[in-house]
Design a protein around this ligand. Sequence first.
Ligand code: BDP
Length: 599
Amino acid sequence: MLYPKLSQSRALMDLSGIWDFALCGPDTFDDAIAGAPLPKPMSIAVPASYNDQKEGVDFRDHYGWVAYQRTISLPAPLAEERILLRFGAVAQYAKVYLNGALLCEHKGGFLPFETEITGKIKPGCNLLTVAVDNKVDYGTLPVGNEDGSSMLGGMLAAVPGVTPKRQNMPNFDFFNYAGISRPVKLYTTPKSYIADITLIPSVNGTDGVVHYRVDTVGTGEVSLSIKDELGQEVAVAAGPEGSFTIPNVQLWEPHAAYLYTAEVTFGTDCYAEPFGVRTVEVRGAQFLINGKPFYFKGFGKHEDSNYHGRGLDEVLNVKDLSLMKWMGANSFRTSHYPYSEEMMYLCDREGIVVIDETPAVGVNLNFGAAGGGAPRDTYELLRTKEHHQDVIRDMIARDKNHACVVMWSVANESDTTAVPDSAVAYYKPLYDLAHASDPQNRPVTIVGVQNDYTKDKTLPLFDVICLNRYYGWYVYGGDLGAAQQALALELDFWQKLGKPVMFTEYGADTVAGLHLATPTMFTEEYQVDFYEATHAVTDRYACFVGEQTWNFADFATIQGVMRVDGNKKGIFTRDRRPKFAAHYFKKRWTEIPNFGYKS
Ligand code: BDP
């Protein structure tokens, strides 16, 4: 799906701002609400999660539906165009109404959707209502509890006669922020229009050879003009599918991005898509970008900040990439859901490498919030399979042209050992689907939970072994010697597989400002010791191709006995102040080259 852009053939209107808002019921949304202005509405900012914009437990812990509302009008000169209403992301389920009539529904909180409103938007004022459900359950990604029931149990058994309030219990370790979290846009295209553009770059000697396809609707001729960064035309092409050659191509490289622009025209429609020319390949135990062995230095992140919650914050995006470059980091994973399209374009521009992850987190009923008690068959109990296929297809369709994306992650910390055969039956088709969906056929991974890896039949099916490991925190916390031994045993195991291995998470909760001369857990000194001890082991393995810490910054979680004001494993605080470890990593990473570290 193309990102909405202003061009000589397309008008673009951003509906960001203050909308009317109301909390609604838990289970169903009453369509009648959408037919009239909300009575005594609250004011809410869009785009942003709603949770932290107002005070009160009922607001923060709201379970179920809310309504957003505003009026929209179409400028009269655009009346003859094709008109679309597009949502960057609405978490977790959306129903969109215009003048009381249901236009569309969308499941999933992290990918865009749009609906054509040509002929439905009338002259003058139109009432736009967006109903949003925040419920997570056994059928959603991410996974949560069923029916708002208290599935956690906690440490003690439930007390008979007590009825806990219904609420979302995420089977994942981040706050279930909800609402219209990414921009809402109204845009137009001509009646004959460009529907999609696919670009598949390759390198032939000093030339870039790019295969392309332009999907169109209506009548017209397709032509392409390829411009370099100075706006000079370097190639042309014609027809809906073919290839073009860029002589003496400038490659897109980590920290040295070069972007060309494909200016595509079809009849009167035109659309400009920036792209980089680079190759990605897993060869043996190496991860190659442009044919050179790449070393991932970076983070698992979150879209998370004060007041915005999970809402798009472009200032923060620019700041985060700036901090990464300051430290010599070259990459991050979009843990645990696809990030905004704005962030993906920014990473293309800034030369930051991205592992792009679906929202499949919590597909594990024997771990985390859901854990405890007799083992359960995750794959029998969850109803995520079809939706999981959808999010893989939709994420790849959205992000397929981004040079920054070098690998897809189909899930984080799934149940890959407890019932190994059902895990393989669930994940092998998803691995195949990801490869089949990607025109560039990038590597595909699944991010593995700390487990009895000798029994894991799922991880080895994937192209890169991505490990979330907490030796020295959840396992052997405070005993870094034992942590090192356990980690070395595990890496001895994985290196025999002959595939690249990397950390997609490792870290220690650290309270900023807490210091001790003799480090203990939670101090800033312990965080640095934890990382130093870990690297003393990982640096010995040639197959170990990357280190992405958990987490870039402290972030919000549900309240509970495991978390004091959220997860504190950040290298930065939530407001982006560096902990000691940021300076440690800055020194380490500026000395580790992006390419050839282990060769
Ligand atoms: C892993 C999860 C991540 C958590 C982290 C932690 O992938 O989302 O926040 O551990 O416990 O299990 O800090």
